[in-house]
Design a protein around this ligand. Structure first.
Ligand code: NAP
Length: 285
């Protein structure tokens, strides 16, 4: 019988902490040189408890990194026009360097119209058409934060990407699709899977790198993981459960992200890093 493998954990919490320290040093340096404190504006429509928590977390982490917060809280009944106006005001304010619209914003609001009101140079969350197109063309710009965090984790653990088969499960515009595009940009051979994919397990079994970005607890079973594969679980479901059956997958994978403490902490780390970069670019202009 072959010995049971135990995958090495990819510690996103530790990497996020390090990126946070580097961001704080960059912010302090910028403030010392220019007298300007980088500022991230957060916009929240309604009072969904999870969204309130996420915004508070972002503000607390901003403060720790020497980034100022500006918060715009709007009632749940806010219309698309009102939201676009609030974001446009922030886009025009030179004291604000990055804008984050906490989503989802509610079914009555045109979320895309709201995102497009974010000035391209302030789109630090990587959700505008401009940032998505820049990524597609391989041009510099702000990447969608969770996919950006996934790439940082892969690099941190020395995962070679060129010529590797990456299977991305999920194709949302903020997560699955950009994750696949970033992997493609680094010469991986990318397959996307989604809710209409036939025989998901058979495709995942071919993957050198699996990115799970679905939002279905333990959808990826352990026996669907190729021995020696790298497993990135971006899913986050009730009860701190990912999209991958972690206990089973870790006996086959070479590297795996835990949930929590894997991909999760990377998102805010990349957001704050991009905010300080945005401030530096705007102050250079
Ligand atoms: P989403 O917009 O709901 O997209 C889910 C994707 O999964 C869709 O592309 C969907 O396919 C696909 N899917 C659904 N059921 C499937 C199935 N049975 N087999 C294969 N694919 C299936 O979700 P999201 O915003 O991308 O988020 C995905 C997960 O990541 C969630 O758990 C979320 O909480 C988590 N997340 C974590 C972070 C973080 O760590 N910081 C950030 C963002 C999201 P169709 O396109 O065909 O519908």
């Amino acid at each position: 019988m072959s010995p049971t493998r135990t995958a090495q954990l990819m510690d996103g919490a530790a990497l996020a902490r390090r990126i946070g320290e580097e961001t704080a040093a960059k912010a302090a340096d910028l403030t010392r040189r220019t007298g300007v404190v980088p500022c991230l504006a957060t916009v929240l429509v309604g009072e969904d408890p999870a969204s309130v928590t996420y915004v508070r977390m972002k503000q607390a982490r901003s403060a720790k990194a020497g980034i100022a917060s500006r918060h715009v809280g709007l009632p749940a009944a806010t219309t698309t026009a009102e939201l676009v106006e609030a974001i446009t005001t922030l886009s025009r304010d030179p004291r604000v360097h990055g804008i984050l619209l906490q989503h989802p914003v509610g079914p009555h609001v045109d979320e895309r119209a709201a995102f497009e009101a974010i000035a391209p140079e302030k789109g630090v969350d990587g959700v505008t058409t401009h940032s998505f197109a820049a990524m597609g063309f391989g041009l510099p710009g702000f990447v969608s934060c969770t996919p950006g965090g996934i790439m940082r984790l892969l690099d941190e653990y020395g995962v070679g990407l060129a010529g590797k088969h990456a299977v991305v499960v999920g194709r949302s515009a903020i997560l699955g699709k950009p994750a696949g595009m970033l992997l493609l940009g680094r010469d991986a051979t990318v397959t996307y899977c989604h809710s209409r994919t036939a025989d998901l397990a058979a495709i995942v079994r071919e993957a050198d790198i699996v990115v799970a970005a679905v939002g279905r607890p333990r959808l990826i079973r352990g026996d669907a993981v190729k021995p020696g594969a790298v497993v990135i679980d971006a899913g986050y479901n009730e009860g701190n459960v990912g999209d991958v059956d972690f206990d089973a997958a870790r006996t086959r994978a070479r590297l795996i992200t835990p949930v929590p403490g894997g991909v999760g902490p990377m998102t805010i780390a990349v957001l704050l890093e991009q905010t300080v970069d945005a401030a530096a670019r705007q102050l250079r202009q």
